[in-house]
Design a protein around this ligand. Structure first.
Ligand code: NDP
Ligand code: ZN
Length: 221
């Protein structure tokens, strides 16, 4: 028998996030993210605590939409609202402080909130590996992986299977992109290098011709 609270939470979150998109190139609908958390917990790890699943579905409603604590209390009661509040960042802090606050708070939140936090970080690391924010450098992705690991290291001991899943996802931490130019230059014969340089010159001249003198003048001014 399906517990109606799960469907109610999924529907509530879908309504609240309906105009939002994730930061990836495809602008994935935001609701895919809370659903991914619920899937990690219930399907991948067999967690059947309805309050935790509802907390996961609702986890970004206060932080990222106009949803209030009272609204959650009225629709979902105290326990689920408490879980959501425990994983909600304090937006009065600046971004760096918020990141540090997650690290220092993680050990002190309830076990139910720790499960949601684990699923959130698993989902975000997977997203960064498969469909990252469109403008992130490798260094920024690495920073995020390392910060997420600091948060999770502070709450370990709550669910070994979920923690192992986090470690597995963390093992895909992006590595530095090879610096392509010197390597490809080194791999070229002098003739190939000359041909490549001539090709660049042709492309540059073609670009200048296509822009026309007027555009060039505008660019300079
Ligand atoms: P965040 O680092 O907070 O962005 C990541 C968050 O975006 C995730 O936690 C997730 O939050 C959400 N998100 C949405 N789409 C995706 C996706 N496709 N993949 C992964 N996560 C997604 O970004 P901010 O811009 O808020 O920056 C915060 C920090 O980053 C600051 O500390 C700042 O100093 C630092 N920074 C670093 C830079 C660098 O180049 N190194 C440049 C700029 C900032 P949720 O789970 O809530 O959906
Ligand atoms: Zn989230």
């Amino acid at each position: 028998m399906i517990d109606g609270r799960v469907i109610k939470a999924a529907y509530f979150a879908a309504e609240k996030h309906k105009t939002q998109r994730r930061k990836d190139t495809e602008k994935t609908p935001y609701i895919n993210h809370p659903l991914a958390l619920a899937n990690v917990l219930a399907v991948e790890c067999g967690i059947d605590d309805v309050e935790v699943i509802c907390g996961a579905l609702l986890h970004d409603t206060i932080e990222d939409t106009k949803t209030t604590e009272d609204e959650l209390l009225e629709s979902f009661g105290e326990q689920i609202t408490r879980i959501v509040l425990e994983v909600t960042d304090d937006k009065t802090l600046d971004k760096v402080e918020r990141k540090e606050a997650q690290v220092s708070h993680a050990p002190h939140i309830s076990d139910q909130a720790k499960l949601v936090k684990l699923a959130d970080k698993i989902s975000n690391l997977r997203d960064i590996s498969a469909s990252p924010p469109f403008d992130w450098s490798v260094e920024r992705k690495q920073e995020y992986f390392d910060w997420a690991a600091r948060v999770i290291d502070g709450l370990r001991g709550v669910h070994p299977e979920l923690e192992a899943l986090f470690d597995q996802v963390y093992s895909n931490r992006p590595s530095a992109e090879p610096h392509s130019e010197p390597e490809s230059k080194a791999a070229m014969t002098p003739e190939q290098l000359k041909a490549k340089q001539a090709e660049f010159r042709r492309m540059a001249l073609k670009g200048i011709r296509e822009m026309g003198p007027e555009t060039l003048a505008n660019k300079r001014s």
